[in-house]
Design a protein around this ligand. Structure first.
Ligand code: GLU
Length: 493
């Protein structure tokens, strides 16, 4: 059976930081396009000039590339259906608004904002849902045309049928039946000549030959309107897929894209721009968001290539997806373990650089097997392995004192350990562990007391990768120097 190539689009508005909801749409769009040999495009919906934020568009370009979701057409790369920024397509929308007026599906509205506001207030007082009162709907077309020609300010409104129902078909939810009298005469074109989302998205999806519209379920409310507009043009409808809503991490309540309160709390964020700084990988994020709304098995570790193989809009789900940052940790850590050593090394380097640490590539390759299993986020490489790249470490004096012992006894252990280690030509797992273990046995102390002091002395921290392997990487001279330093610290207490 041959599959028709899909054309999909992610259509963010550049009104704030790129949210993971946008990343999820982009991922599914990408998967569907790749799976079917089609194209996935980026369209910037920037017609709400008041809400446009400088830099937001660039953040979307960068965010999608960082995630590995490179679009096939878009504002910064072009394509044969361009322009891909809605503010550059004004004439197209004006043309189509006129088509709707001419075929009787829309009308110019000359009502002034204060009239609209007054009616709105009155309707609210009467406990009605605010809706347009229809003043200009009643104007004769030639009268309306005369006023337009006279240069009066106007908007264009959709002439929603008053009777009957609209049946809109969503791929995940089936037929959604709405009584037309519940629907408003929505504005399609604003008085500044720019379209609203309703007109612009329908026109662009048609002009750009989009086959599948995947978008957030916040658009379900105006979905019947969009379907009406498509039909008023006599166009073929795309397959509509309204994705599941995101719930807040608590599981209680919807997470709105504008809700920024959970951003950057406790080392997590909902904004793609923060993810790299926090040490998350594109593989981990894609895996995480893929499963929020797609019914492949929970806890499935999956690469983007495997996703392409398995993807189908039939297995997307309409049930809400709670943001679960612990799962993100799990996916991130697992993908870190799946990386090649060379790849992981290249990804860790910037985190060391950020801490001002000068990384020796050979050392980095040697420590990866020691720290890899411990990394949940890439920046964990600092807490587990920053000491490998420091000239000196500065252990906290109290951490050098072993449990159950005092400073004097601990100093004695440090001295003795130094003696044992300095007698070796080479310090590594094979040479250093046997004499140190023999010392533990002869001392009658427990292993954690002795190895703990040595660990804090040479790594500067209580938790580290395996001790003797770490010492081997640090090298004999530095280890001995750090042991001498520890003895001095302990003697001063
Ligand atoms: N510009 C809309 C938004 O950012 C896009 C919705 C859509 O994908 O059609 O929510």
């Amino acid at each position: 059976m041959s599959i028709k190539p899909a054309r999909t689009r992610v259509a963010p508005s550049p009104t704030g930081h790129m949210h993971l909801a946008t990343a999820r749409v982009a991922l599914y769009d990408y998967l569907l396009a790749r799976k079917t040999g089609g194209q996935y495009i980026l369209r910037i919906e920037d017609t709400d000039l008041k809400r446009t934020v400088p830099g937001a568009e660039q953040e979307i370009f960068d965010g999608l590339r960082w995630l590995g979701l490179q679009y096939d057409e878009g504002p910064d790369i072009g394509g044969k259906y361009g322009p891909y920024r809605q503010t550059e397509r004004r004439e197209i929308y004006q043309h189509y608004a006129k088509v709707l007026i001419d075929n009787g599906s829309a009308y110019p509205c000359f009502c002034a904002p204060d009239h609209l506001e007054k009616t709105r207030q009155e309707q609210m007082k009467r406990k009605e849902n605010p809706h347009y009162d229809g003043t200009c709907r009643a104007l004769a077309p030639d009268e309306a045309a005369r006023r337009v020609a006279n240069g009066e300010k106007y908007t264009v409104r959709y002439k929603m049928p008053r009777d009957g129902v609209t049946i809109a078909h969503d791929h995940l939810r089936g037929d959604i039946v709405t009584e037309n009298k519940q629907l408003n005469d929505y504005v399609l074109l604003k008085s500044d000549g720019l379209p609203t989302y309703h007109l612009a998205s329908v026109v662009d999806d048609h002009e750009m030959e989009i086959t599948h519209v995947l978008r957030g379920s916040e658009w379900l409310g105006t979905f019947p309107l969009h379907v009406n507009i498509v039909r008023a043009f006599g166009w073929e409808e795309p397959t509509w897929v309204h994705l599941s809503v995101f719930l807040k991490p608590s599981g209680k309540g919807k997470l709105s894209k504008r809700d920024t309160t959970i951003a950057m709390t406790d080392g997590y964020s909902v904004f793609i721009k923060d993810m790299n700084d926090l040490g998350f990988t594109p593989e981990g994020i894609n895996n995480w968001i893929a499963l929020m709304g797609w019914g492949v098995a929970e806890d499935d570790i999956i690469t983007t290539d495997q996703m392409i193989e398995r993807f189908s809009i039939d297995s997307l789900t309409a049930s809400p997806a709670a943001i679960n940052f612990q799962k993100l940790d799990h996916f991130n850590a697992t993908h870190i373990r799946l990386m090649t050593t060379g790849d992981l090394a290249a990804r860790l380097k910037p985190y060391y650089a950020r801490e001002g640490l000068d990384v020796d590539d050979d050392v980095l390759l040697k420590i990866i097997p020691l720290i890899r299993e411990r990394l949940v986020t890439l920046d964990d490489c600092i807490s587990f392995g920053g000491f490998f790249f420091k000239e000196n470490v500065t252990p906290a004096p109290e951490e050098l004192i072993a449990k159950g012992l005092d400073a004097k006894q601990s100093a004695e252990i440090a001295r003795k350990s130094y003696e044992i280690l300095s007698a070796l030509d080479n310090i590594n797992h094979a040479t250093a562990e046997p004499p140190m273990r023999a010392y533990v046995e002869s001392s009658g102390l427990n292993i954690n007391q002795i190895f703990g002091i040595v660990r804090v002395a040479v790594t500067g921290q209580k938790v580290s990768p395996p001790l003797f392997e770490s010492m081997e990487v640090i090298g004999r001279e530095k280890c001995l120097q750090r042991m001498r330093n520890a003895v001095e610290i302990l003697e001063k207490i």
